[in-house]
Design a protein around this ligand. Structure first.
Ligand code: A2P
Length: 292
C-alpha cells in the first residue's frame, strides 16, 4: 500500500488510491476516513464530482484520527470543464483548495480536453505548479492527438493521463504513447464500474490465487505499471481492494487478462454536470475530440 511510482518531475505518487466518483459529500467523507484508517495514502476527486468538501472533511478527520500529516497523503483533484481558460482556472482553483481544506494538491488534472480551451488551461496549470499549489500536473481523458497538442506547447510536461482503463478497455495505443513520453497512465473505473467483476475468465484466475476478481484486476494494474484508484463506499471492499500485495500474477495470467481487451469504453452515465454535452453522447473520449 505504500508502493509508489516516480512521476516525470521526480514526485513520488502512491500506485493505489481511493476514487470517489459518484459519491456524495457525506459518503466521500466516510470513505476517505475508512481509506486512511486502512492505510491508503492517495485520494482522487474532482470538482465535477461535487464532493471536494466531503473529501476535505474526511481528510481532516482521517489525518487526526490516524496521527497522519497532510504531506503523508497524495491528493488529486481536477479542473471542472466549465472553469477552463487561463484566468478562470486560476480564480476557481482557490475555491477547490478551500473546499479541500488544504493549501496545495499533489496532482491537478485537466478533467476533459474541452475544445478551444485546454491549451490555455494547461498554461494555468503550469502557473499553479510554479506557485507551488500543485506538486504535479497532468490531464485526463486525453487521446494521442490532444496529448501531442499539449506536448507541443508545454513548458512542463503532463505527469499523468487518467483514462478509463480496465480489462475490457485497455487503451493500448494511448498506453504506449504515454510510456514513450514518460507520462503515467492512471486508471479510472479500474473495475469497469463493477461491470467486469462477473467475468468468468477473471473468476477462474482469481480462484487460483484465492483472491477476488477485484483484487486480481487491481494487482494486474500494479504489474502493468498503471496507477489505479478503485472506488468503493464499503469499508470491507476498501480494505479488500488494498489487500493485493501478498500475491503476484504469473506472466500467463497477465497475458490472459491483456487478451480480454475489447476496446469497450463505457457509455455516458448521464450525471455529467457540465451542460455542454453534445447530443447523442456515447463515448467518453471521442465526442470531446469531435466537437471542434
Ligand atoms: P461500492 O462503492 O458499492 O462498493 P470502479 O472503481 O471501476 O468505478 O468500480 C467501482 C464499482 O465497483 C462500484 O460500484 C463499487 O461499489 C464496486 N466495487 C468496488 N470494489 C469492489 C469489490 N472489491 N468487490 C465488488 N465490488 C466492488
Amino acid at each position: 500500500l505504500d508502493s509508489t511510482v516516480t512521476l516525470n518531475n521526480g514526485v513520488k505518487m502512491p500506485q493505489l488510491g481511493l476514487g470517489v466518483w459518484k459519491v456524495n459529500n457525506t459518503g466521500a467523507s466516510q470513505s476517505v476516513q475508512w481509506a486512511l484508517k486502512h492505510g491508503y495514502k492517495a485520494i482522487d476527486t474532482a470538482k465535477q464530482y461535487g464532493n471536494e468538501a466531503g473529501v476535505g472533511e474526511g481528510l481532516q478527520k482521517g489525518l487526526a484520527d490516524n496521527g497522519l500529516k497532510r504531506e503523508d497523503i497524495f491528493l488529486t483533484t481536477k479542473i471542472f470543464n466549465g472553469d477552463q481558460g487561463y484566468q478562470s482556472v486560476l480564480d476557481n482553483f482557490e475555491g477547490q483548495l478551500k473546499r479541500l481544506q488544504t493549501d496545495y494538491v499533489d496532482l491537478l488534472l485537466i478533467h476533459w480536453p474541452v475544445n478551444g480551451t485546454y491549451l490555455e488551461t494547461w498554461r494555468a496549470l503550469e502557473t499553479i505548479y510554479k506557485e507551488g499549489k500543485a506538486r504535479a500536473i497532468g490531464v485526463s481523458n486525453f487521446n494521442i492527438a490532444r496529448l501531442s497538442d499539449i506536448l507541443k506547447i508545454c513548458s512542463i510536461k503532463p505527469a499523468v493521463n487518467q483514462m478509463e482503463f480496465h480489462p475490457l478497455c485497455q487503451e493500448e495505443d494511448i498506453k504506449n504513447f504515454c510510456d514513450d513520453n514518460n507520462i503515467y497512465l492512471e486508471a479510472w473505473s479500474p473495475l469497469g464500474g463493477g461491470a467486469v467483476l462477473g467475468d468468468s475468465r477473471l473468476k477462474t484466475i482469481a480462484d487460483k490465487y484465492n483472491k477476488s476478481v477485484a483484487q486480481v484486476i487491481l494487482r494486474w494494474d500494479l504489474q502493468r505499471d498503471i496507477i489505479t484508484i478503485p472506488k468503493s463506499v464499503h469499508e470491507a471492499r476498501i480494505t479488500q481492494n488494498a489487500d493485493i500485495y501478498d500475491f503476484e500474477l504469473n506472466d500467463d495470467d497477465i497475458e490472459e487478462i491483456n487478451g480480454l481487451d475489447v476496446e469497450k469504453r463505457s457509455l455516458w452515465y448521464g450525471d455529467f454536470s457540465w451542460s455542454g454535452n453534445p447530443e447523442g453522447y456515447v463515448d467518453s473520449v471521442e465526442v470531446w475530440d469531435d466537437t471542434d
